[in-house]
Write a protein that binds this ligand. Structure first.
Ligand SMILES: *[C@@H]1O[C@H](CO)[C@@H](O)[C@H](O)[C@H]1NC(C)=O
Ligand SMILES: *[C@@H]1O[C@H](CO)[C@@H](O)[C@H](O)[C@H]1NC(C)=O
Ligand SMILES: *[C@@H]1O[C@H](CO)[C@@H](O)[C@H](O)[C@H]1NC(C)=O
Ligand SMILES: *[C@@H]1O[C@H](CO)[C@@H](O)[C@H](O)[C@H]1NC(C)=O
Ligand SMILES: *[C@@H]1O[C@H](CO)[C@@H](O)[C@H](O)[C@H]1NC(C)=O
Ligand SMILES: *[C@@H]1O[C@H](CO)[C@@H](O)[C@H](O)[C@H]1NC(C)=O
Ligand SMILES: *[C@@H]1O[C@H](CO)[C@@H](O)[C@H](O)[C@H]1NC(C)=O
Length: 511
């Protein structure tokens, strides 16, 4: 996961009610609904310098010590341990595994010759998954642009990326597509460009004064909009290629994922209610509007003006309708406060153009490390997609609870979180949401972007002190497995699980 840094204010004690379904089993969901878990290439594979892989912009960043001094050089070593991990997924009962392909492992210079060892690795992983009956959900781009393309022409701020991304996508469709039914082109481009081009605290670390974190290059007022525009064009181009050349015989689906907070007006004032609509248009509509309607939301065009790139008629037609489904990344909710004053600033970035403040809320007994359990936020987002964007098929591709990595295998807060959020998905589905699947982030305790190995979201703990990087199930793995195997989940089960810890962690307990 990858959080936004512009949560400016923290308010305590803002109570919001709304209970989610508490007692359910997976049989309450439609029979075709799938449950899975995910990781991404740089965060899990390791083998960063092996078998012809070259650095991505994340390797460079981490090696400059900017990810808490940690790197993904080894991570969970899934590159070598994929068989063990797939077995663990099968034992857990996952229907599906979401992973991403490392572009610079498959095509080391970003374009040109394909690396046979990279090809072999992904073929092995995909075959291992499918022989275990686990459906692969593949993301092509998960922040890890080949450093070669960043150096050569500036990566996503240059329209040349569209051609190179499409060629990379074609290699994936051609080589793996006979076994892949679900392709995501780009993971949460909205937070990727805000982190990388507005605030600049993650690679490629571009931003400009007075915004962001003292970058050596960039332009916070224009580049986030340019980068996202090129991502949409690249997505549309890859989709067009897939549809024209591969979809007919491979019968898969292609989409893109969007990061979405749950949003609630801070007060019932007209200003805050309008600001909340504006927040949805900027944060979700930025990606979803062009896909559904062929253009950016009106309020973005008005507030951003000439800094917002314009789609030609041709581009608009290609972008519109270019997703068979949407991936949704959701962790938490925020309160929205109007900040129209920021529109008076002469020099504005995305945040100032959006003219709101995001107000984070934490109950006073939730550690700042953990997300408050607010399942109504996810339900609200699903309702929003239903009502505003015509109820497209949705896969919830990331949702999960953060904790300190070394704290404990007895991750009761994660159990409570996923229990409540899966319950809220059930509520949304019962109310007509076209949600088709749910994936926890993350399957293992991976290299967390920004936190390195300090925080974790995994169902399985990875012991970094063990040269074999042994995996240990947390309570949440037991909970999810129990659910995935069709058992009824209710608060009684959670209570029993909580009282059963000694039988669960006899092999390895912390504290
Ligand atoms: C920005 O970075 C430069 C070079 O690292 C440093 O000298 C300067 O003090 C930094 N400025 C701020 C405001 O952090
Ligand atoms: C950023 O881009 C805008 C729009 O192209 C331009 O007006 C502005 O001068 C640029 N700012 C910097 C710091 O380069
Ligand atoms: C806003 O109005 C709704 C409906 O009347 C109410 O439930 C809610 O508590 C109000 N919110 C605030 C912050 O006053
Ligand atoms: C906070 O504490 C109250 C009272 O002990 C408890 O009911 C509630 O579940 C706690 N909330 C969280 C998020 O832990
Ligand atoms: C259920 O769906 C209806 C129709 O879209 C909508 O009006 C209503 O607000 C939804 N209910 C909830 C609780 O989201
Ligand atoms: C986790 O604990 C191990 C020792 O048990 C220690 O070596 C490691 O540095 C700790 N990691 C973090 C992120 O605290
Ligand atoms: C608790 O442990 C017992 C003995 O290992 C086991 O039979 C039971 O299924 C466990 N209950 C839960 C809720 O995990």
């Amino acid at each position: 996961m990858f959080r936004l840094s512009f949560l400016l204010i923290i308010l305590l004690h803002l109570a919001v009610t709304g209970l989610s379904a508490d007692e359910f089993s997976r049989h309450d969901f439609p029979p075709s609904f799938i449950f899975g878990s995910g990781t991404s290439a740089y965060q899990v594979e390791g083998a960063a310098n092996e078998d012809g892989r070259t650095p991505s912009i994340w390797d460079t960043f981490a090696h400059e010590g900017k990810a808490q001094g940690a790197t993904g050089d080894v991570a969970c070593d899934e590159y070598h341990k994929y068989k063990e991990d797939v077995q663990l997924m099968a034992d857990t009962g996952l229907d599906a595994y979401r992973f991403s392909i490392s572009w610079s492992r498959l095509i080391p210079n970003g374009r040109g010759p394909v690396n046979p060892k990279g090809l072999q690795y992904y073929n092995n992983l995909i075959n291992e998954l499918t022989t275990h009956g686990i459906e692969p959900h593949v993301t092509l781009f998960n922040y890890d642009l080949p450093q070669a393309l960043e150096d050569e022409y500036g990566g996503w701020i240059n329209q040349r990326i569209v051609k190179d991304f499409t060629a990379y996508a074609e290699v994936c469709f051609r080589e793996f597509g006979n076994r892949i039914s679900y392709w995501t082109t780009v993971n949460e481009p909205n937070v990727f460009v805000l982190g990388g081009y507005d605030q600049g605290y993650v690679p490629p670390q571009r931003c400009s004064f007075p915004f962001g974190f003292n970058c050596s290059r960039g332009n916070s007022t224009s580049e986030p909009y340019m980068a996202l525009h090129h991502i949409l064009l690249a997505h549309a181009s890859a989709t067009r290629l897939y549809r024209n050349k591969y979809q007919g015989k491979q019968h898969g689906y292609i989409g893109i994922s969007i990061y979405a907070f749950g949003v609630v007006p801070l007060t019932n004032s007209t200003e805050d209610v309008i600001a909340t609509q504006r927040a949805s248009d900027f944060l979700i509509g930025w990606v979803a509007h062009p896909l559904m309607f062929g253009d950016y939301p009106e309020i973005m065009k008005k507030n951003v003006g000439s800094r917002l790139p314009v789609f030609t008629d041709h581009e608009s037609k290609q972008v519109k309708g270019s997703a068979d489904f949407l991936g949704l990344i959701h962790y938490s909710s925020v309160y929205i406060k109007d900040n129209s004053n920021s529109l008076k600033q002469e020099v504005r970035d995305f945040n100032a153009d959006m003219a709101i403040q995001l107000v984070n809320t934490l109950p006073d007994n939730t550690s700042a490390y953990e997300f408050p359990v607010q399942p109504w936020g996810l339900r609200g987002v699903l309702e929003y997609f239903k009502q505003v964007y015509g109820n497209p098929p949705i896969y919830i591709y990331e949702n999960g609870q953060r904790s300190l990595r070394n704290s404990t295998l007895e991750d009761m807060s994660r159990v409570k979180y996923i229990h409540a959020y899966i319950g809220s998905v059930l509520d949304a589905v019962r109310n007509g949401s076209n949600t088709r699947g749910y994936f926890t982030w993350s399957f293992l305790d991976v290299f967390e972007l920004l936190d390195g190995y300090g925080s974790s979201f995994g169902l399985y703990y990875v012991d970094l002190n063990d040269p074999g990087l042994k995996r240990y199930p947390k309570l949440s793995a037991h909970w999810y497995s129990h659910f995935l195997k069709g058992n009824m989940i209710n608060s009684d089960y959670v209570f029993k699980l909580n009282n059963n810890l000694s039988t669960l962690c006899h092999t390895h307990c912390f504290q």
